[in-house]
Structure formats: C-alpha cells, structure tokens
Design a protein around this ligand. Structure first.
Ligand SMILES: [Zn+2]
Length: 298
C-alpha cells in the first residue's frame, strides 16, 4: 500500500476533508470553552466526531484530519483538561481510523494529525510552547497519523515554533498558512500582516512536505497561490473557508455554494494544486460536489 507521501509525491489528485469544527457545531455540538472545542468533542461526543469523519469519507475525502486543533496540554490548560491531553490526541486519531474502517471505502484513506500554530493563552516562554507542539505531534504520530498538519500559521513567529516542535515527530509536515490581503491587496499572513512572500522565505524548509492554504477566504486563494508558486515547487493543498467565521461556535454564513466551490477548485487545479479540501463551513456536500466534478479532470 502506498503511503500518503508516496501518493502526494506522485502528483495524484487527493481530497482532504472539510471543516470538522463547524460540522460538529452544525450537528449540535455545544461548545463550553471556545479554545477546547475539539477536545470536548473527542471526549464528550466521540460518536459524533466519528460520524463527521465517516460522512467526509463517504463524500470522497482521501485524507482525514484528526480533531485535535488546539489540543496541546497548554491549550487545554485553559479549560482544565490538560491532564488528559495525551488521551485526547490518541483517541482522536483512533476515531479517524475507526471511521475509515466503518465506511470500508474501496480507495485508500489516510489520517493526518492537526496541531494549531496559534499560541496558548498565558505568558509562556517560546521554549515551553515549542515543547508542547513537540509533545502533541509525537503523540499524534505514535497514534498513527501519517503527517502533522501545522494549521493556522497566521504569524511567522508562532508558525516557526510550531513547525520546529512538530518536526520532532519525525513524519511529514504540512504547513498550513492562513492568508489574507492587506489594504494594498498584497497576500499577507492573516494575523501578523507579514507579507506572505517574506513568511514563506523564513518558514519553508526541507522538513515541510506539503504547503496548504487554509483558514483563508476562497476569494483570496488565487492571489496567495500566485505568491506561493513563486517560492514553492512542492505539493500544494488548498482548503479555504466557506464561512466568514473561522470560530466554530459562531454562526456559519456560507459565502458560496458547493457548485461555486467546484468551479473555484477547478481554477486552483489548473494552477497546479493537487489536494483540495476545506475548513470552516465546508460540509461533506462541498467535498462530494467538488470531487464529482473534478474526477473527470484527473
Ligand atoms: Zn477556517
């Protein structure tokens, strides 16, 4: 069986899943503490998490991202769940594999582990934050994740710490950049405002195997892709929002339909993108519609 990295390297078209957090909310998950929604779901409603994964697999996702966004011990300390961080990460990966098993799809489906580059609340030293990213990534790899997706790099300082810590896991790294545009319409990291061009220069290294544009508005993807392609010849994934709100417990207002998503995805593919998925607001319907339309191009 080829590994995920073999398939990515061969240039195969692959589909990621969509927004697990917003999908959990849409199906009734009540968020107690905003930063800890993924952990609360894994511990409190594992069946719901597994079902969301299953529905994305049925819709055509080849890669499931574990429900572990912001689930390092330091992030979870905010909600008093830090003593269960390892169990949460291990369980989340297991739920994704159980979903694959339950669906029994004929095609091969992979699991990658999500960590968040957003720093935990509190006044922590960079070394402590790096250590937490390292521990979470090592646990995800040990549980069976094939890669670590460092999501939400919206500030190069935090991105560097997260990528550096995650590299301790010894598996492929995906660098997930959150890109927006400044008042001059130039692509920038969405929190720090640093030019994307500059951020890529300092953050891309041989340990990064896939660059993903995610937690990014679909309307900004084209401009961000243009900058990325000047500096990166490796595999590119695109997984935009379909929602104005990246926070799962806020209301989700779709800004485009699954059919419009499919049309956008076709454009991204002609720009060299081989992995398509989504984040906040992207439901299984979007993945199914995009996959049905795009398979013909592959
Ligand atoms: Zn998002």
């Amino acid at each position: 069986m080829p590994t995920l990295y073999d398939r990515v390297k061969s240039g195969e078209f692959l589909f990621l899943d969509g927004g697990t957090g917003t999908e959990l909310t849409r199906r009734g998950l009540v968020h107690g503490n905003a930063p800890c929604w993924s952990a609360e779901a894994v511990l409190g409603q594992p069946d719901l998490v597994r079902t969301v994964h299953e529905d994305f697999i049925r819709a055509g996702s080849d890669i499931i991202v574990s429900d572990t966004f912001r689930a390092s011990a330091l992030h979870l300390a905010t909600c008093g769940m830090d003593n269960r961080w390892e169990e949460i990460n291990t369980t989340a990966v297991r739920l994704a594999y159980e979903a694959i098993e339950n669906v029994g799809a004929k095609r091969q489906v992979h699991v990658i582990g999500s960590i968040s580059a957003i720093p935990p609340d509190g006044d922590w030293s960079p070394e402590t934050i790096r250590e937490q990213h390292s521990r979470q990534s090592v646990a995800l790899a040990k549980a069976g994740a094939e890669a670590i997706h460092v999501e939400m790099i919206n500030d190069a300082r935090w991105g560097e710490l997260a990528l550096d810590g995650a590299s301790d896991a010894g598996i492929a790294l995906w660098a997930g950049f959150s890109c927006s545009r400044d008042e001059r319409r130039r692509p920038v990291l969405s929190a720090s405002g640093m030019l994307l061009e500059e951020a890529l220069g300092s953050l891309l290294s041989s340990r990064v195997k896939v660059v993903c544009l995610t937690h990014t508005m679909a309307s900004d993807i084209g401009a961000c892709l243009e900058v990325l392609r000047q500096q990166w010849v490796g595999p590119i994934a695109v997984a935009p929002h379909a929602s104005r709100s990246p926070v799962p417990n806020q209301s989700v207002a779709d800004t485009y339909t699954p059919e419009e998503f499919r049309a956008k995805a076709r454009q991204w593919i002609t720009s060299g993108v081989r992995i398509i998925g989504g984040c906040c607001g992207i439901t299984p319907d979007y993945i199914r519609t995009a996959r049905d339309g795009i398979q013909l191009l592959a």
